[in-house]
Structures are given as structure tokens and as C-alpha cells.
Design a protein around this ligand. Structure first.
Ligand SMILES: [Zn+2]
Length: 100
């Protein structure tokens, strides 16, 4: 993403439980691919780790997998849309400090 649209007011601190999305989805900074994600574009789907933590007690393995597949799709759709509009979805601290 060489040319992109950036407005810091559209971002918030990325808050996932136990970095589940970084570990499981393998997500990274949209600009440099670093996995130390600091900020995320607002209006994103709920972070997977947080969702799991909320629901964990009630889910069996099959339900967890279903939730996982749904989440991947939602996040993928979110990233695709942002990419189309040239907005980085995830930003690491280094890139963030360079831009603000
Ligand atoms: Zn970066």
C-alpha cells in the first residue's frame, strides 16, 4: 500500500485478548507487516480473542470453529473494503509514530 489515506481520528488502540488474532489469524501491520499491532481502523468486527473470552465457557469445539470461520470472513471483508479505499486496517507503533 504505497499510497494510502490516513486520518488518526479514525483509529483506536487494537485490543485483543492474548493477541489471539495475531497468533491465529497471522495478521500484521497493513503498511510494514510487523505483527506488533498498535492501532486498528474503527468500526472493525470484534477482536477474536475478546469474543472467545466472552463466549468461551459456553462453546464446544465445533462452535468455536464456527465462530472462528465467521470471524475470519468478517475481518477479511473489513480488510478488503479498507484496502479498496486505501485505508490501512492495522498499524504498528513504528508506522503510527511516523505518521502522526
Ligand atoms: Zn508498520
Amino acid at each position: 500500500m504505497s499510497k494510502f489515506i490516513f486520518d488518526k481520528n479514525n483509529y483506536e488502540v487494537f485490543d485483543d485478548y492474548n493477541d489471539v488474532m495475531i497468533q491465529v489469524f497471522g495478521i500484521g501491520c497493513s503498511l510494514c507487516y510487523d505483527d506488533a499491532i498498535f492501532q486498528v481502523l474503527k468500526n472493525h468486527p470484534i477482536a477474536f480473542g475478546k469474543l472467545l473470552k466472552e463466549q468461551n465457557k459456553d462453546l464446544n469445539e465445533q462452535e468455536t470453529e464456527k465462530l472462528f470461520n465467521q470471524q475470519i470472513k468478517e475481518w477479511q471483508a473489513f480488510e478488503d473494503k479498507n484496502f479498496e479505499f486505501q485505508k490501512p486496517t492495522f498499524i504498528c507503533e513504528t508506522c503510527w509514530n511516523e505518521m502522526i
